[in-house]
Design a protein around this ligand. Structure first.
Ligand code: ADP
Length: 465
């Protein structure tokens, strides 16, 4: 039973308390689910053009409040303010995209095998959707679930991460201000496990959509099986980056930094293993070190900061233990490995760190880091690079750098990952399908693919014509 406690939201850059939010009781959550379920009939029958118009209003209100929302996001998540502004744009790009896609949910007719029959296939909203979102993208992870759900005609309830509920609460407030009915989009707060159980045990919820860690995702899939709910899972990653000997090294350095240090390395598509052809590793490493040492670490509210704090002590300890383990297994520290932290106040910063000659059996080469650390290892052939790249249960993002189209085509054909950047370290876009293979997930978010998981197929056979 969930009792009425508070979630205390702290600024990860200073440890200061920003706000307290009520934990919803199980009764409250069940009421919210029931009211979302009863709103479903009306919302799915609201014509798509009207739903689209309301979503556009929502996007406009978010953009009108961009500065305030970005500041709130930096306060609760620690990410640098310019990244928070970028995230507001990224978040509304999903609403804008799906406001258009709402009008393009097409069915089809199929030629029948008899004159007296007609076959019609239509698409319908799956029902009420429950979302569970993480702290690293408090706005975009919510809108890329809510937007296709609302566009398809589903009603929506979200549980944001306990670390960052404030951005989500604002987004919900703006949605209601935009005219989307209160019981069509709702937010509940509290511990993940209890709310996750309330969602999966409810027969009224027909779909669970989740972004977070692989173990929690697996549990949600198991728990959804009892009532055969639809599931979309965006789980952990362990992105490799292959830098071939003919690569444009300056571009590879720039894109490694773009991919690795966004949100202090706390994104699921951040490069986690840099694999460099042995013939260019010295040049690549020294150029990388020069650029990495220009990055400023500190409170993300300062416009000159590129690397903010890590989210909490648990994350901090994991990063440090991966560095220590790599060093114990022979890695050389090329740069960084400095920290600023205070257990009393509760803030934790890790300076951008580069590790060279990292052993393939080091923890950092197997487990997600979620921190600003670049481990470099070498390969002597593309097949060896591919073998290392694919030697993980994860299959979310992978990157490679080459200007040779035959090598590029070969690498692309052999990487077992859902998102691939070729000479590109920043592939995410609302108009493209984002998601992983293997244990990185199920389903895709974004693009024309991203609305499909919110739709059911209904087949009508008319006979006796
Ligand atoms: P992280 O370790 O990065 O915080 P989690 O997977 O634990 O990743 O958290 C992502 C989201 O999942 C958060 O909203 C969190 O509250 C929620 N969560 C955590 N544990 C569970 C669980 N057992 N069931 C459902 N949701 C959970």
């Amino acid at each position: 039973m969930i009792d009425t406690k508070k979630i205390i939201i702290k600024n990860p850059a200073t440890g200061e308390i920003i706000q307290e939010v009520d934990v919803d009781s199980r009764t409250n959550i069940e009421k919210a689910i029931s009211s979302g379920h009863s709103a479903f009939k009306t919302w799915k029958n609201t014509d798509a053009h009207r739903r689209s118009e309301l979503m556009k209003n929502w996007s406009t209100i978010i953009q009108d409040n961009k500065q305030e929302l970005a500041k709130l996001m930096t306060l609760e998540s620690g990410k640098p303010i310019n990244e928070s502004k970028g995230e507001v744009d990224y978040a509304t790009s999903y609403i804008d995209w799906y406001a258009e896609e709402a009008k393009r949910v097409y069915g089809r007719t199929i030629p029948a095998n008899s004159d007296s029959k007609k076959i019609i296939v239509s698409k319908e909203a799956v029902g009420m959707v429950a979302a569970i979102t993480p702290w690293n993208f408090p706005a975009a992870m919510m809108t890329r679930k809510a937007a296709p759900a609302l566009a398809a005609g589903c009603t929506f309830i979200v549980k944001p991460a306990e670390e960052t509920p404030l951005t989500t609460l604002k987004l919900i407030e703006y949605a209601h201000e935009a005219g989307i009915p209160e019981n069509v989009i709702q937010c509940v707060n509290g511990p993940g496990k209890e709310i996750g159980n309330t969602f999966t045990q409810s027969d009224l919820i027909r779909k669970i959509t989740f972004t977070g860690s692989t173990p929690v995702g697996k549990q949600l899939i198991k728990d959804s099986a009892d009532s055969v709910k639809h599931v979309s899972m965006e789980l952990g990653g362990h992105a490799p980056m292959i830098i071939a000997k003919d690569a444009d090294i300056d571009l590879a350095v720039e894109q490694t930094i773009a991919s690795k240090f966004r949100n202090a390395g706390q994104t699921c598509i951040c490069v986690n293993r840099v694999l460099v052809d042995e013939s260019i590793v010295e040049e690549f490493s020294s150029k990388l070190k020069l650029e990495v040492e220009k990055l400023n670490v500190g409170n993300g509210l300062d416009e000159n900061i590129q690397v903010g704090p890590v989210i909490n002590k648990k994350g901090f300890d994991k990063i440090l233990s991966q560095i220590e383990d790599a060093v114990n297994k022979g890695a050389e520290i090329l740069s960084g490995n400095k920290t600023i932290s205070d257990d009393q106040d509760g803030y934790y910063f890790v300076h951008p760190t580069i590790l060279k000659n990292v052993a393939k059996n080091a923890d950092i080469m197997q487990e997600e880091t979620f921190g600003p650390v670049i481990p470099i290892t070498t390969f002597s052939s593309i097949d060896e690079a591919l073998e290392i790249a694919n030697s993980t249960p994860f299959g979310l993002a992978a990157y490679f750098f080459t200007n040779d189209y035959r090598i590029g085509n070969y690498i692309h054909g052999n990487l077992e990952f859902g998102i691939i950047g070729w000479n590109d370290g920043a592939p995410s876009a609302a108009h493209a399908p984002f998601g992983g293979m293997k244990e990185s997930g199920l389903g895709r978010e974004g693009g024309i693919e991203g609305i499909e998981p919110y739709l059911e197929t209904k087949y009508l056979s008319i006979g006796n014509l």
